[in-house]
Design a protein around this ligand. Structure first.
Ligand code: PLP
Length: 390
């Protein structure tokens, strides 16, 4: 066998690997393992989307290669959604591109913009895709530490001018995985101004814009006047419609960024299966969608309150986030994230994610994903509380 490409060495070791091994060993021993590890909705995709898919799958037009940039009707549906939801006008032809999930778009935007040695401004902690792909593309990550005292928003003023000068991309993700933090339009205004000043493409990962609570409504960066000159946003159907397995989303915003991303995609994937795009159209246009999203958010809000109360009762002072289905909880004093996670798993069979797997600034925290039913969540919390009181 030939050696794999040297760039694979840039992929950081997976912190979950050890936990996954340990989890498998416990399951093999008959332990009832409960996972709060993965942000993957446990409830099914709603019928109004399944029905559209069932119809579309029988249409021969979808059995052929799809248009790589997405069906015109899908892109129109995405543009209309942004119009209704965010009051943002988008040209479906030039400013929207269908994605095989937001992750695919984020990764390929990096390949469209980052050459060897180029700088990308990447939050820490963050979803691993930004850092890993910048590394694979030969770029350099300049970390933007997200601190509790700044509500997990990066301090753009603290970025040295020479770094800002060299940077090509700035990644932002609000509502935020893993911290659950949210951003208001004022923050996006600052970020857009910063990117205009330094000629940086702002990449907003808005995968959780619809998963919000307490009357909080998440904005799009594209609502900032002039944002389209410097910003592109990746939006996903995965979380709001329980569609993580379907792999569908879209990129919206700056027409150059959309075109450059399109060049990578035409030469790589050949677009998403047409029937899945038809299901995506149903999700984006159905009058049932807002009610479905509201129902899901009520489910997550209830789980959030249950879990936050449970953790507070043992001194883990987590905040109740206004968005995402994650809790970002500080580990008890004197323990590391990985130490707490391993110990908790061994003692109780409950899986949570070490904050350090999202970057060094995540050390001292664990993330709980609230993607399991309330009965199992209660069981998991009971075990965590018993462990915490020891
Ligand atoms: N961005 C963030 C912040 C996420 O948490 C996730 C998934 O967990 C994604 C992107 C990926 O979304 P998609 O399923 O659309 O690829």
């Amino acid at each position: 066998m030939p050696k794999p490409a040297a760039r694979l060495a840039a992929v950081p070791p997976h912190l979950f690997a050890e936990i996954d091994k340990r989890k498998a060993a416990l399951i093999a021993q008959g332990v009832d393992v409960i996972s709060l590890g993965i942000g993957d909705p446990d409830l099914p995709t709603p019928d109004f989307i399944l029905d559209a898919m069932a119809r579309a799958i029988r249409e021969p037009v979808h059995h052929r290669y799809p248009e790589h940039e997405g069906q015109p009707a899908f892109r129109e549906a995405a543009a209309d959604y942004y119009g209704r939801r965010f009051g943002v006008h988008l040209d479906a032809k030039r400013e929207i591109l269908a994605l095989i999930g937001a992750k695919e778009g984020l990764a390929h935007l990096i390949w469209a913009y980052i050459d060897k040695g180029d700088v990308a401004l990447v939050p820490d902690p963050a979803h691993p895709v930004y850092k890993t792909q910048v590394g694979l593309a030969g770029g350099t990550v300049y970390p933007l530490t997200l601190k509790h005292e700044r509500h997990f928003l990066p301090n753009l003023d603290a970025i040295p001018t020479d770094v800002a000068h060299r940077a090509k991309l700035l990644f932002l993700n609000y509502p935020n995985n893993p911290t659950g933090a949210v951003a208001d339009l004022g923050f996006y205004e600052e970020a857009v101004a910063f990117c205009r000043r330094h000629d940086i493409l702002l990449v907003s990962d808005n995968a959780y814009s619809e998963t919000t609570f307490d009357d909080y409504v998440a904005p799009s960066v594209l609502q900032v006047p002039g944002a389209k000159a410097v910003a592109v946003e990746c939006w996903s159907l995965s979380k709001p419609f329980n569609m993580t397995g379907w792999r569908i989303g879209f990129a919206a915003g700056n027409a150059h960024a959309i075109r450059h991303l399109g060049v990578i995609k035409t030469n790589l994937d050949s677009g998403q299966f047409g029937a899945i795009q038809a299901a995506g159209i149903a999700a984006l246009t159905s009058p049932e969608a807002p009610r479905f999203i509201a129902q899901m958010n009520e489910v997550y809000r209830h789980r959030r309150d249950m879990a936050a109360n449970g953790l507070w009762s043992i001194g883990m002072q987590t905040e109740s986030p206004h968005g995402t289905f994650y809790l970002w909880a500080p580990v008890p004093h004197g323990q590391t994230s990985a130490g707490f996670v391993t110990d908790l798993l061994n003692e109780t069979g409950v899986v949570v994610t070490p904050g350090s797997s999202y970057g060094p600034a995540g050390e001292g925290y664990v993330r709980l994903a609230l993607c399991l039913d309330e009965h199992r969540l209660q069981e998991a919390l009971g075990r965590i509380q018993k462990y915490g009181r020891k």
